[in-house]
Design a protein around this ligand. Structure first.
Ligand SMILES: [Mg+2]
Length: 259
């Protein structure tokens, strides 16, 4: 696949993937499958996540407007290979800890910055993981450790039935141990809870790209569905969020003074 050359003065869309550009059928109850476009495959190569007609139209709008589309995802390289939607430019994976060049190679300068940031966090990450291991096992949750550039950076808890009570219990334990002064933070969505660096993530990766390889963008858009996407969306000129997503639900639950 050829890389679209970056042109200063262009438009860039930084887009979260899962639940923003596509989602699994479980999240689309009552939808006619014939109206959906497959966007990812599972480990067996069968269609897994799908775009709705509105999501497909949004992608066509970006494509037609020659917008440079950059995924900003928690997926790792392996999960990224199961995304069939083609990307032709930079890619942000591993919650921001890996940036791929348009040629598909890890950006070496970013990798060096990430590695330097991760080394001092290893003790905190190990301690946070050790502390949750026994409670997670007792509650039937699965624990996985994720690495970037050969260094652990995140621990993820999942429950086979996505039991909200179990996930909330485990999240509370982690939250209690990782207040605002902790170098780690906890993020959660409907089917997992993750412990990862507080000051290094999607937002830092987007800022890095805007300060280096994508300098001179005339317009930047941030697309995301989750509260944890807010920081990277805030690096962009405008934010786009899907209806009924976690972010929209949270915003609608706030009562702010209208000033
Ligand atoms: Mg998402």
């Amino acid at each position: 696949m050829t890389a679209a050359p970056w042109q200063s003065g262009g438009t860039v869309a930084f887009a979260d993937l899962d639940d923003t550009l596509f989602q699994t059928l479980r999240k689309l109850p009552g939808t006619d499958p014939a109206t959906l476009t497959p966007m990812t495959v599972n480990t067996l190569g069968q269609p897994h996540s799908h775009a709705t007609p509105a999501q497909t139209a949004l992608l066509e709008l970006l494509e037609g407007g020659h917008v440079t589309l950059i995924p900003v995802t928690g997926r790792d390289a392996q999960a990224m290979r199961r995304v069939t939607l083609p990307f032709r430019s930079w890619q942000v994976m591993d919650h921001g800890l890996t940036i791929l060049t348009p040629d598909g190679q890890p950006d070496a300068e970013w990798a060096a910055q990430v590695t330097a940031h991760l080394h001092p966090l290893q003790d905190a990450l190990h301690a946070g993981t050790d502390a949750i291991t026994a409670p997670a096992a007792r509650l039937g949750a699965r624990l996985t450790r994720h690495a970037a550039h050969g260094l652990p950076f995140m621990t993820v808890l999942k429950h086979p039935d996505a039991d909200p009570q179990v996930l909330a219990d485990l999240q509370d334990r982690w939250d209690a141990a990782h207040g605002p002064d902790s170098p780690l933070r906890v993020i959660a969505n409907a089917n997992n809870v993750s412990l990862l660096p507080r000051h290094l993530g999607k937002a830092a990766a987007v800022r890095y790209l805007l300060d280096t390889h994508l300098r001179g963008a005339a317009l930047t858009l941030g697309l995301g569905d989750s509260v944890s996407d807010l920081d990277f969306m805030n690096e962009c000129d405008f934010a786009v969020t899907p209806r009924r997503g976690q972010l929209m639900r949270t915003l609608r639950g706030l009562t702010l003074p209208q000033r």
